[in-house]
Write a protein that binds this ligand. Structure first.
Ligand code: SF4
Length: 328
């Protein structure tokens, strides 16, 4: 579930960045739905918002930071009334300490992105303030909150991991997580589009390229639908949506099986979006009942049986969850 600036008229005009208000959230995530999350035998068309390895609601900030959403605290308070677990991942650099103290409710876990110490953290987390995050995390922990130190390793901060781990323990973080996912290199640009620095070992003189030029080239690369190494004859899908019985609700209220497919077809340019856009039907839960918004998911699973991506397999499913079957 991801939130940013929802405004009804903006959705209709195709403006991509939006935010669910408390009222929007309550419209989609009703008390009945929340009650299903804490009942032993859930059932909404056989699918329930079970996210990753816990049962509850995960605010991951796919398209924007949870803490910057206007009604973020009120939404968590609403969910908390029903004792549904909440997990939040955030930069933690906005709001004041009183706000973070109020967020420290039972069943709420907050992962603070802290990629190193004060001298390295900002190299990836642009425009965030390490000292302020630490103050916010300390306030949250002092109020009884369950905090997680989430550390993305880069060449510039690997040497600080053990210090961060020790600091996390000293400050009362419940745990320290190294969340390396392979994405640790790339050029960094300022807000004004000026080249700033490179993360990792630069393989070219990136300062020669403008931000707009690189963005256009990235979008064009995505539009070409690069081959997936997983696009093999004997493929099997380890579908996290099915395994975890999760659904993903984006910041504009649109519903997808998982965050990998959560996109705004008109604005975000991921491989396979054109094909996926043709499968999506009536999926905005602000306009249609949630159960209706799930019905197009079947077309994704049907497309799995196609012979290849070129023949209609969803690229993102192949790339993210496809594996060559071992015993064929
Ligand atoms: S990308 Fe496709 S296969 Fe993977 S979790 Fe999402 S729907 Fe399932």
């Amino acid at each position: 579930m991801c939130m940013r600036n929802y405004r009804g008229s903006d959705y209709n005009s195709g403006y991509p960045l939006c935010e669910l208000t408390l009222q929007n959230f309550k419209h989609i995530v009703t008390p009945d739905l929340l009650m299903q999350l804490i009942r032993p035998d859930p059932a909404v068309n056989g699918r329930t918002p079970v996210v990753w390895d816990f049962r509850g609601i995960n605010f991951n900030g796919n398209l924007g930071d949870f803490a910057s959403a206007k009604d973020a605290l009120e939404i968590v308070q609403y969910v908390n009334q029903y004792h549904v677990p909440v997990a939040i991942n955030t930069n933690g650099s906005v709001r004041n300490t009183a706000w973070w103290q109020a967020l420290a409710m039972p069943g709420v876990t907050v992962g603070f992105a802290l990629d190193g110490l004060a001298d390295t953290h900002h190299l990836y987390r642009q425009d965030t303030d390490w000292h302020r995050i630490i103050e916010n995390a300390k306030a949250f922990i002092a109020a009884g909150g369950q905090a997680v130190w989430r550390f993305v390793p880069f060449d510039h901060n690997r040497h600080q991991e053990s210090t961060c781990k020790q600091m996390a323990a000293d400050l009362g973080f419940a745990r320290f997580e190294n969340i390396y996912d392979g994405r640790d290199t790339g050029p960094v640009f300022s807000r004004s589009g000026q080249y700033s620095h490179y993360l990792g070992k630069a393989n070219a003189d990136w300062s020669k390229h403008s931000y707009q030029e690189l963005l256009t080239s990235h979008i064009n690369w995505h539009r070409k639908i690069p081959d997936s190494v997983n696009d093999v004859d004997h493929i099997e899908y380890h579908c996290l949506h099915k395994k975890n019985r999760e659904i993903y609700i984006a910041a504009d209220g649109s519903v997808y099986p998982c965050c990998f497919l959560g996109f705004y077809p008109g604005q975000m340019n991921h491989p396979g979006n054109t094909e996926l856009a043709q499968m999506v039907r009536e999926n905005n839960a602000l306009h249609y009942p949630l159960e209706q918004c799930l019905q197009w998911f079947d077309s994704i699973e049907s497309a799995w049986s196609k012979a290849s991506v070129a023949q209609g397999r969803p690229w993102q499913c192949v790339q993210t969850c496809g594996r060559a079957r071992v015993n064929v």
